[in-house]
Write a protein that binds this ligand. Structure first.
Ligand SMILES: Nc1nc2c(ncn2[C@@H]2O[C@H](COP(=O)(O)OP(=O)(O)O)[C@@H](O)[C@H]2O)c(=O)[nH]1
Ligand SMILES: [Mg+2]
Length: 358
């Protein structure tokens, strides 16, 4: 068996038959393949449609999971059941372009992991609002900052890998969450990767299962992937400095506004400026003491720090706003925003500001 195509489904009754037909059209006559639909006992009876097709076409298999839910775990179960030398995952909702499957398979002759990508030549997205693009951009940037990956589109849900890559990491994969590719990239450390461009289509039938919970899970999973096995002392120090910055900010505001009776805007501006300076100084001589910037490097380092933290502020704003739009409480949303921004600030400052010396 050359290729097994895994299709996770949950309530995709109106899409699945079309997708199966299109996959067969794309692959038939080129290679030996099978299709595994992993359905979590969809209430709309997607499984019944697949069962029917599988009785007529021996290349199509149904794996119906009862009492379990989860995209990543469905994919992992499909991988385990599959017999192909290469394994592919494609969404059932027709958003992924099945016509590049054969190109992806051919690319796997010189790569171990091939990703259907919206961010390389030939790739793109149809009909996304600027806001959705921005959120997706933030998630991609955050992922790239936290995990080391050569991929332009690490958030892709459309990919193909050699069976041996999966077998090698099978026992380490944590099949929770939505982004199984991130697990695979991180665990396999695979460097023979390729990206093939395709245009992400809008969903026509059915509904997206992406929810607020999914986003929180994604952030948590990302964080755990990176920091789960070792708690970084440096990151703790960075967080402590951040908290001290809040103290400096509030104290300055109180002194200037309440005691010296300066205007609100002026007091606030001074408070923010002072806390940024104190954060920079403390990080330089405490958090990154072993790599502290010196005289000539300080100004450049401070400017880098300001720039990176400004992007952090934007990320904080964007995420909070996004979660509030999904009707999460403002304060909880802000805590999530702050957490993500802190991780961003930390990782990027570590890799840039305090790496200026080399
Ligand atoms: N088996 C299984 N499939 C799922 C689950 N959640 C989503 N899917 C499938 O995973 C694919 C991607 O989900 P979708 O909701 O389109 O995510 P989006 O494209 O990020 O909005 C679709 O084929 C869904 O039917 C799940 O819990 N179990
Ligand atoms: Mg989708």
């Amino acid at each position: 068996m050359d290729l097994s195509v895994i299709v996770p489904t949950y309530n995709e009754k109106s899409n699945i038959a079309t997708l199966i037909m299109r996959i067969i059209q794309a692959l038939e006559g080129h290679l030996l393949f099978e299709i595994w639909v992993v359905d979590d006992d969809s209430p709309d009876k997607t499984w019944a449609v697949v069962k029917d097709i599988s009785q007529r076409d021996p290349r199509v298999h149904l794996l119906r999971r009862i009492g379990r839910r989860g995209l990543s775990s469905a994919v992992v179960e499909g991988f385990s059941a599959a017999k192909g030398n290469t394994l592919a995952v494609i969404d059932a909702d027709l958003q992924h372009d099945e016509t590049i499957l054969l190109d992806m398979y051919n690319a796997s002759k010189t790569a171990n992991l091939v990703v259907g990508s919206r961010k390389v030549q030939g790739g793109g997205i149809e009909n996304w609002t600027p806001w959705r693009r921005f959120v997706s951009w933030c998630a991609t940037m955050l992922t790239k900052a936290v995990l080391i990956t050569p991929l332009r589109d690490p958030m892709s849900g459309y990919f193909l890998l050699k069976k041996e890559v999966f077998t090698r990491i099978e026992n380490e994969i944590n099949p929770r969450g939505f982004k199984i590719l991130l697990e695979i990239i991180h665990r396999s450390k695979e460097s023979r990767v390729k990206e093939i461009g395709y245009v992400f289509r809008p969903r026509v039938a059915g509904t997206s299962k992406l929810s607020t919970n999914t986003i929180l899970e994604f952030l948590y999973g990302l964080f755990e992937l990176r920091f789960g096995t070792w708690l970084s002392i440096r990151f703790l120090k960075y967080t402590l400095v951040g908290i001290s910055g809040v103290g400096v900010n509030l104290a300055t505001l109180w002194l200037l506004h309440d005691k010296a009776h300066l205007g609100t805007s002026l007091s606030l501006a001074c408070a923010i400026a002072l806390s940024m300076v104190s954060n920079f100084i403390l990080n330089n001589w405490y958090t990154f003491k072993d790599n502290a910037l010196e005289k000539g490097e300080l100004l450049r380092g401070f400017l880098f720090f300001l720039l990176i933290c400004s992007v952090g502020a934007l990320i904080n704003y964007a995420i909070t706003q996004y979660l509030v739009d999904l009707s999460i409480g403002l304060y909880l949303a802000d805590v999530v925003g702050i957490t993500v921004a802190t991780v961003w600030n930390y990782v990027v400052n570590r890799n840039f500001t305090w790496a200026l010396r080399e």
